[in-house]
Design a protein around this ligand. Structure first.
Ligand code: COA
Length: 328
């Protein structure tokens, strides 16, 4: 028997501390005006000394569980999408499992950079559809400030910290109509962290050479993003058996307002129906889409029966999209 998966609860959390564009003016050669006009970002939330991934992802998770009105013991699986876990071992999902007392849940992390939440949602959807699991907690959570080079003005101004969570379950009405994911490893050099893995571990030299932070070819990523946001969107729409004009609301990955605007234009979307919060948070990688989804939902922007499209792209390179008939 094939079941339908749907989101039955959402939650999000960002750290309290805010770093605005004027704070960057004090530490590097940049300006509020440049950052706002080139990226759409005004401020981002950044963890304080001692705060880590699970300090915020647990709050997002608890909010989603409360919203779904389930008990943590009802969870069958926890998937955390992150490139900034508390520790490489154990997985952050296992830390969350213990914190929640979700003793019946299996747990694992996935790494697909900014597309991670869509990848995790796609995995979770399979487990629900094939009947293996009933309730799955999917988290997208990042502490990008921990891998950001605050001497590099071309990358540091873009990133922020945050966490978003969703409970996926069997639904009778609406739910996930289609998911689509893709990757192109030939774009590996456009967005990467040189050291800290098994290829180049941590040493005095790697730290001195600043090899543990994100390096990016901004223009290349920009061109790829605009192309893939459109392609991925059309793919999920087609797989759902819908047409472009059937999309009621678009929740795009929040990387740059110019990428969002040009993707929305290519998709012929009215900007009223596109959710934007990049001004407040910057790019939070795999947390961007679930935080935006949670905000749109809580602000009443998503109506039952709406066709809601999630679309993202990121390092890898990776991309993906999900078409949901809103069921809440
Ligand atoms: N403040 C002031 N000037 C800056 C700056 C900053 N923070 N960052 C870059 N500049 C300068 C550059 O040095 C360059 O100066 P030059 O012309 O004297 O060489 C100039 O601004 C233009 O740089 P450019 O890189 O062409 O700017 P851009 O309009 O492409 O914007 C990004 C740069 C990074 C904002 C943009 O390329 C982008 O958003 N790319 C996608 C990144 C992304 O989405 N990454 C995450 C993927 S999930």
């Amino acid at each position: 028997m094939k079941y339908t998966a749907g989101i039955i609860g959402l939650g999000s959390c960002v750290p309290d501390r805010i770093m605005n564009n004027f704070d960057f003016e004090k530490i590097m050669d940049t300006s509020d005006e440049w950052i706002r006009t080139r990226t759409g970002i005004k401020e981002r939330h950044i963890v304080s000394e001692g705060e880590a991934n699970t300090d915020i992802s647990i709050k997002a998770a608890k909010r989603a569980i409360e919203d779904a009105k389930i008990d943590p013991k009802d969870l069958d699986l926890i998937i955390v999408s992150t490139i900034t876990p508390d520790t490489v071992l154990p997985p952050t999902s296992c830390l969350i499992q213990e914190m929640l007392g979700a003793t019946n849940a299996a747990a694992f992390d996935i790494s697909a950079a900014c597309t991670g939440f869509i990848y995790a949602l796609t995995i979770a959807t399979q487990f629900i559809e094939n009947g293996m699991y009933k309730n799955i907690l999917v988290i997208g959570a990042e502490i990008l400030s921990s891998i950001t080079d605050y001497t590099d003005r071309t990358t540091s101004i873009l990133f922020g910290d945050g966490a978003g969570a969703a409970i996926l379950s069997r639904v009778d009405e609406g739910g996930i109509l289609s998911t689509y994911i893709g990757a192109d490893g030939s774009g590996k050099d456009y967005l990467f962290i040189p050291a800290g893995g098994s290829r180049l571990g941590t040493s005095v030299q790697t730290i001195e050479q600043n090899l543990h932070t994100v390096k990016m070819a901004g223009n290349e990523v920009f061109k790829f993003a605009v192309r893939k946001m459109e392609e991925a969107s059309l793919e999920a729409i087609k797989k759902a058996g819908l047409k472009l004009e059937d999309v009621d609301f678009l929740i795009p990955h929040q990387a740059n307002i110019r990428i969002i605007n040009s993707s929305a234009k290519r998709l012929n979307m009215d900007m009223e129906n596109v959710y934007i919060n990049i001004d407040k948070y910057g790019n939070m990688s795999s947390a961007s889409i679930p935080v935006a989804l949670d905000e749109a939902y809580r602000k009443g922007k998503l109506k039952k029966g709406d066709n809601v499209l999630l679309v993202g792209f990121g390092g890898g390179l990776t991309w993906g999209s999900t078409m949901i008939k809103w069921n809440l």
